[in-house]
Design a protein around this ligand. Structure first.
Ligand code: ZN
Ligand code: ZN
Length: 337
């Protein structure tokens, strides 16, 4: 039996990465008939598809963000379960990125492609750990694909937060965190570090955090910051969207310690630009060493690189004798992280 090269049956189109024999797209950027979705972030999961195959958690996240009727039909699959779509075997395996996040494994005509979506290898108490699958083609993200990006251990960054709270006990710690994944991971890490007082959230962070709790991730006592008495907040922790840090909304906290939990905080200029007093380098994406190691371990003969700094990674892989190319996909911006 002939084994046609993966790029003859899986390729980028204006609507996104398309699997021709399966007649479905992975994380399409516009509404299409049949979509396989890696995870709930808005540059991967969009509303308006005919049919959506994803993990039950990703489907639940999509419904909270876009409404119950955000797709024609939903087909929830368990991690590790095999589905055949027009003869293509589709398997979702954990990506370790956020709750429900999955890599899409496609097996067809004796070849295998793995579309990682977004992923990280570092531990995360809010989702299943990344599972390595060897393959012929590995589609990798490249959000932090420069050697300068080496994330800290998230637990270590949370210890720095608690130390700052002890040192600045009268001031509110206002932490900017992306609303899906990062916010809940930071809360969970703070809980694991032993902090059990209420944690206050910007209104925009409540619905998804409540969904995490509903889906079994215990975040302890979380409350909306907007209805809380400001004196309860002094000396406490408030999480908000990064954009709210320098917003009028933030003025109610008097003289807060502003913080931002993001992989971008590795870059001092970025922390300065946002006026961040306490940058926390906590990322839900693989850093440079993790990207290199993961690609190596997949044993893929061909690596396709999506959103981010594809040239540095492609150049590095070329020096290691590995075939790599940029996969220009529409609608993949620098990940809000
Ligand atoms: Zn993502
Ligand atoms: Zn992404």
């Amino acid at each position: 039996m002939s084994r046609p090269a993966v790029d003859t049956w899986l390729y980028p189109t204006p609507a996104g990465l398309y699997c021709e024999p399966g007649q479905f797209y992975i994380d399409p950027s516009r509404s299409i008939e049949r979509a396989v979705i890696t995870h709930g972030h808005s540059d991967h999961a969009r509303s308006g598809h005919g049919a959506v195959l994803a993990t039950a958690q990703t489907i639940a996240i999509m419904k909270v963000r876009y409404g119950q009727a955000c797709a024609g039909t939903f087909d929830p699959v368990r991690l590790g379960e095999h589905r055949s779509i027009n003869g293509v075997t589709v398997t979702l395996v954990p990506a370790g990125h956020i709750l429900g996040s999955a890599q899409v494994v496609l097996d067809w005509a004796g070849r295998r492609a793995v579309i990682s979506g977004d992923y990280k290898r570092a531990g995360d108490p809010t989702c299943e750990p990344f599972e390595l699958v060897t393959c012929d083609v590995f589609v990798t993200e490249a959000t932090f694909a420069l050697p300068v990006f080496r994330h800290e251990k998230a637990e270590h960054e949370v210890q720095r937060l608690l130390a700052s709270m002890a040192a600045e006990s009268g001031r509110t710690h206002l932490i900017g965190a992306y609303g899906l994944g990062k916010c809940q991971r930071v809360i969970k890490l703070i809980r694991e570090a032993g902090y059990d007082k209420p944690i206050y959230l910007h209104g925009a962070h409540m619905a998804l955090s409540e969904l995490y709790i509903e889906l079994g991730i215990d975040l302890g006592d979380i409350r909306p910051a907007t209805v809380a008495d400001t004196k309860d907040l002094s000396g406490g922790i408030v999480l908000c969207p990064p954009s709210a840090l320098n917003d009028r909304w933030a003025r109610r906290f008097g003289d807060p310690v502003t913080s931002f939990a993001s992989g971008w905080m590795r870059v001092r200029g970025r922390a300065r630009q946002y006026g961040i007093e306490l940058p926390l380098v906590i990322s839900d994406h693989a850093d440079w060493p993790e990207l290199i190691e993961t690609i190596e371990q997949t044993e893929a003969e061909d690596v396709w690189v999506t959103h981010g700094r594809d040239d540095a990674l492609i150049h590095h892989l070329a020096t290691k004798g590995r075939k790599a190319r940029a996969l220009a996909l529409v609608g993949r911006d620098e990940e809000a992280e």
